[in-house]
Write a protein of this length. Structure first.
Length: 261
């Protein structure tokens, strides 16, 4: 069983438990449910750097990245650095994240927040809105075309932006629909964990310009971004690169300054 299948199986159990604990009605009464969301897609379109910085404590491929940084400092640091948006991992078992991380980030910054999660149920989208997210991630590898349509339309009805992540041409072909705002190409092969920017380059020509193009994974240098910009990419998701330092915000700031030179 590959890691993605394992994560999804665990996620189904977790979501069923959460549903019993906190019903949808309760989520909809959350104070954040009524807040006006901030569009990440719009910010990326108008940005010259397009950095989406991530808060991630660990991952299945790297184990521990950093357990010492708190979300409050990271979110404030990213905002001061001038990133376009922040991605917050909310999976506990494999990434050491939580919905509380999302709440904390929301309380201390005005950035568009992406709930980085393995979404397999509409409940998680309502949850994302209730905990202050502006954007949800849908992963084509774990969803059917019908699910992508259902989930993205639900997100749009809640004024959430939708980022759909693909790894190959087959996933891209089944996924393109008007209810998506951004298409993210993950450069990491989920079966081998190998990373190659060629994935983003190859798929770029197949993504219509109606969608904001984002490249994810394996972007650790300003050169990588400059290499991908001519292929139409407006967004770059960077996690480990900033998180493995002692000051994620400061690292992001230096990175953006170097990129603007």
């Amino acid at each position: 069983m590959d890691i993605l299948t394992k994560i999804v199986n665990d996620k189904r159990i977790e979501v069923n438990l959460r549903k019993q604990l906190i019903p949808i009605k309760q989520l909809e009464q959350s104070i954040l449910f009524e807040r006006e969301t901030i569009s990440l897609a719009k910010k990326l379109k108008n940005s010259t750097t397009g950095i989406i910085a991530e808060h991630k404590r660990r991952s299945p491929s790297k184990q521990v990245i950093n357990h010492n940084l708190n979300v409050f400092d990271v979110a404030k640091g990213y905002q001061d650095a001038g990133v376009c948006g922040m991605s917050v991992l909310t999976d506990g078992k494999y990434f050491g994240g939580s919905l509380d991380d999302l709440l904390t980030a929301r309380a201390c910054c005005n950035l568009p927040l992406l709930r980085k999660e393995f979404i397999i149920d509409p409940y998680q989208i309502i949850e994302a809105k209730a905990y202050g997210a502006d954007v949800i991630l849908l992963i084509a590898a774990i969803l059917t075309k019908a699910e992508i349509k259902q989930f993205s339309e639900l997100a749009k009805s809640l004024n959430l932006d939708v980022l759909l992540e693909v790894h190959n041409e087959a996933e891209l072909n089944k996924s393109m629909m008007p209810s998506l705002d951004m298409l993210g190409v993950n450069n990491r092969n989920l079966k081998t964990f190998e990373v190659s920017l060629e994935t983003s380059k190859q798929l770029s020509t197949l993504i219509p310009n109606d969608f904001v193009k984002i490249s994810e994974s394996g972007i650790s240098s300003t050169e990588a971004i400059k290499e991908l910009q001519p292929f139409g990419y407006k967004g770059f998701l960077i996690g480990e690169n900033f998180m493995k330092t002692n000051n994620a915000g400061q690292s992001a700031k230096q990175f953006i300054e170097a990129l603007n030179k």
